[in-house]
Design a protein around this ligand. Structure first.
Ligand SMILES: NC(=O)c1ccc[n+]([C@@H]2O[C@H](COP(=O)([O-])OP(=O)(O)OC[C@H]3O[C@@H](n4cnc5c(N)ncnc54)[C@H](O)[C@@H]3O)[C@@H](O)[C@H]2O)c1
Length: 313
């Protein structure tokens, strides 16, 4: 089989950087980006692009056959905050897209699948600090329910049909190339844009809400690492806990003030506070470290430096 790669939902916050990283690694022509909309310039100009709806099985199958795709990264989804507004649309997109890809793999039309899960699989009854890999999981959001169900189905397809599906529970992701797409941790990106453009930011979470977060370079590194790991080293087939740092909006503001002393933050919690309150504050990712040698590189200080430097250049 060939080693052509398809990314579905390639124009989003993670898909954009993932596509560029995979093109760098495998060659531009070997990585086909797809989405229901066109993406940024660097993505559109660096290799093949197809308009593709993740809920349309026949259309995905056509592209898989046409390009002789062997690996699919399924990044299309409706995120936590938006999903609370459109529950059935979120459920349909998040579940049907996953079934389409798992079934293609079951039929041996593709060899390997990456599907991202989230810290949203945990819920208000989960231990909040250093949340273990295996623990109480009672998600209280539409998004979390869809991710937890997705995890169960991934494990089921691995056990029953030998589908090589690999997954990570991403924490909130911080990046400067693309804006976030409607999640509860979006504040941690918006804050840098506003710090530079207005010198102040009104945060939609309370000052002391600690959440697990990660700089995008770490998330991309983890994604490449788990997909390249020997098949026998990927022992968790639902989804791996993954962690880098954990902080509150107040601590984040302080890290910005170290560079912009006049920066001011105020707080106006909205419906996203309830979602954030149901999630862990920090995550135990020792299994990812043990099984495929995961190690994060970016803490809050390093992230703030990267964000401010790149957004102001
Ligand atoms: N960004 C985060 O902090 C975070 C954290 C945890 C998990 N995740 C997960 O990672 C994945 C990617 O997240 P993201 O932040 O890049 O999301 P995003 O919203 O930025 O991007 C999603 C992309 O999917 C596309 N899309 C929507 N509907 C589609 C459809 N029917 N067919 C094809 N494409 C469609 C959108 O146009 C968008 O470009 C999602 O599964 C998300 O749940 C993200």
């Amino acid at each position: 089989m060939s080693n052509y790669i398809l990314i579905i939902g390639a124009c989003g916050q993670i898909g954009t950087e993932l596509t560029l990283a995979l093109r760098e690694k495998h060659g531009n022509d070997h990585v086909i980006a797809s989405d229901i909309r066109e993406g940024g310039e660097s993505l559109m100009n660096s290799g093949p692009f197809e308009i593709l709806d993740a809920t349309d099985y026949a259309a995905i199958e056509d592209i898989v056959m046409h390009y002789e795709i062997s690996e699919v990264y399924l990044m299309a989804a409706m995120l936590s905050a938006t999903a609370e507004k459109f529950p059935m649309r979120a459920w349909n997109l998040n579940m049907n897209s996953l079934f389409n890809i798992l079934n293609l793999a079951k039929e041996k039309k593709i060899e390997k699948v990456f599907w991202p899960s989230s810290i949203a699989v945990f819920g208000p009854n989960t231990p909040k600090e250093n949340t273990p890999q295996n623990t109480i999981m009672e998600p209280s959001t539409v998004y979390g329910i869809s991710k937890q169900s997705g995890e169960r189905w991934c494990e089921y397809y691995f056990n029953k049909f030998n589908v090589d599906v690999r997954s990570i529970r991403y924490p909130g992701l911080i990046s400067w190339k693309t804006m976030p797409g409607g999640g509860t941790t979006d504040y941690a990106v918006e804050i840098y844009h506003k710090a530079l453009s207005e010198g102040s930011y009104t945060c939609f979470l309370k000052e002391d809400t600690a959440l697990p977060m990660m700089f995008m370079d770490d998330a991309i590194q983890a994604t490449l690492q788990i997909m390249e790991a020997d098949i026998g080293n990927v022992k968790v087939r639902s989804s791996y806990n993954l962690a880098a740092m954990s902080f509150t909006p107040k601590q984040m503001a302080k890290s910005i003030q170290a560079h912009i002393p006049t920066f001011k933050i105020s707080y106006q919690p909205d419906f996203r506070q309830v979602i954030a309150d149901s999630w862990p504050s920090s995550i135990d990712d020792s299994l990812a470290k043990k099984d495929w040698e995961w190690q994060s590189r970016f803490d809050l200080e390093k992230t703030t430096k990267e964000m401010l430097e790149n957004l102001s250049s």
